[in-house]
Design a binder for this molecule. Structure first.
Ligand SMILES: Cc1ncc(C[n+]2csc(CCOP(=O)(O)OP(=O)(O)O)c2C)c(N)n1
Ligand SMILES: [Mg+2]
Length: 378
């Protein structure tokens, strides 16, 4: 098993501290044992660095790019909702509307061709943020041969090894352990890549998440754990389900530094991503980021969302919408209404084209039932 070489950077002291903590545990307790045992670990070390300079300063083109990506996700998801209503999309379908700044801000900080991404079933936005063609994503939603998983995965099971996008997982929390494996592969191959593993506030209460935290920290794996705290797990609010609702603290028992980030502000997310990624690339081991965000739609298309009021949703939309905020910022920076209208028109055309493609593409042939299926004896 590959283990991290003894780290020499400043962030590293982690491994050394662990060693000495081990020595201490055999000796008699002292008055300041608690402080000693903490070694050089500081839960908020990265948070403090990021808070000192909280917002990313993008170039004019860069902010436009973030805005366009977020708008593409929003329009794509709205269209997916319509196609679902028309019966063109079957099975489960979880929309990402409201959470766009998270995937866009984080994934814009990754290095293409080097880093990997893994997430749960609410995955369309992450794929779009990764630059995957909207046509093949929409075709997957409608179950067509041209879809990214040949129409056999649907909304929850999209996958692209070509883009190092490892799904799309329907089992809550499963992607966290798999993400640990992806990070171990990066370390083992020495390819300099890291894994971004997304999961929800509900998933954060799963046991396998903490087993992964332990191994990731022990082996100093290159992984950023991202909790998308959208305040609900299906119909259960975090206040009803979680003893510790400050999710960024959940890694402290494993010496994983935490960061608490406004997931409704793409520039804040981008800046936090920069700090986290620098830490991981520098050999500092895993980081746990909590992104505070909100989903505007129900858990899935079949959820009438009766567990919260319309006013609550409306309040977030009016006060904190990530796309409106970026738009206002662009306008302050001199981008005119006409240009913004033009962008919206262009994005609507891309989405309409994706929907046409997804509706008119053929379904997989019956023989595809027998391909991509693992048949083995154990
Ligand atoms: C192991 C497992 N348990 C339960 C479910 C049913 N389930 C699907 S989504 C979900 C809620 C997860 O909420 P969260 O992690 O907050 O993610 P969000 O949907 O908010 O993005 C549950 C309980 C499941 N798919 N897998
Ligand atoms: Mg949630």
């Amino acid at each position: 098993m590959a283990r991290a070489a003894s780290p020499s950077s400043a962030t590293s002291g982690n491994a050394q501290a662990k060693k000495s903590a081990g020595v201490r545990s055999n000796s008699a307790p002292t008055a300041n044992a608690a402080a000693d045992a903490d070694g050089d670990f500081a839960l908020k070390s990265l948070q403090e660095r990021f808070v000192a300079d909280r917002r990313y300063s993008p170039g004019a083109e860069e902010l436009l790019g973030f805005y366009e990506q977020m708008l593409l996700i929003r329009r794509f998801e709205e269209k997916a909702g319509q196609l679902y209503g028309l019966g063109l999309i079957g099975g489960f379908c979880h929309l990402y509307i409201g959470q766009e700044a998270v995937a866009v801000g984080l994934q814009s900080a990754l290095e293409e061709g080097k880093d990997s991404v893994i997430t749960g079933y609410r995955d369309h936005g992450h794929m779009l943020a990764y630059g995957i063609d909207p046509k093949v994503i929409m075709a997957e939603l409608t179950g067509r041969q041209a879809g990214i998983s040949k129409g056999k995965g649907g909304s929850m099971h999209m996958f692209s090894t070509e883009h190092a996008f490892y799904g799309g997982h329907g089992i809550v929390g499963a992607q966290v352990a798999l993400g640990g494996g992806l990070a171990l592969a990066h370390q083992y191959r020495g390819d300099g890549g890291l894994c971004l593993a997304y999961f929800g506030d509900g998933a954060a209460n799963q046991g396998q998440v903490y087993e992964t935290f332990n191994m990731a920290s022990l082996w100093q794996l290159p992984i950023v754990f991202v909790i998308e705290n959208n305040e609900y797990a299906m119909g259960t609010s975090v206040k009803r389900s979680s003893a510790e609702t400050e999710f960024y603290r959940r890694g402290s028992a494993f010496r994983i530094p935490g960061m608490k980030v406004n997931g409704m502000d793409v520039l804040e997310v981008r800046q936090a991503a920069k700090v986290a990624i620098e830490h991981v690339r520098g050999g500092g081991g895993p980081v746990l980021m909590e992104l505070n965000t909100y989903r505007y739609r129900g858990h899935s298309m079949s959820d009438p969302a009766k567990y919260r009021t319309r006013e609550e949703v409306q309040g977030v939309r009016e006060k904190s919408d990530p796309i409106e905020a970026a738009k206002a910022e662009l306008m302050t920076g001199g981008v005119g209404e006409d240009q913004l209208k033009e962008i919206d028109k262009r994005i609507r055309a891309i989405v309409a084209e994706a929907a046409d493609f997804a509706e008119s593409s053929p379904e997989p042939e019956a023989k595809e039932l027998y391909t991509d299926v693992l048949v083995e004896t154990y």
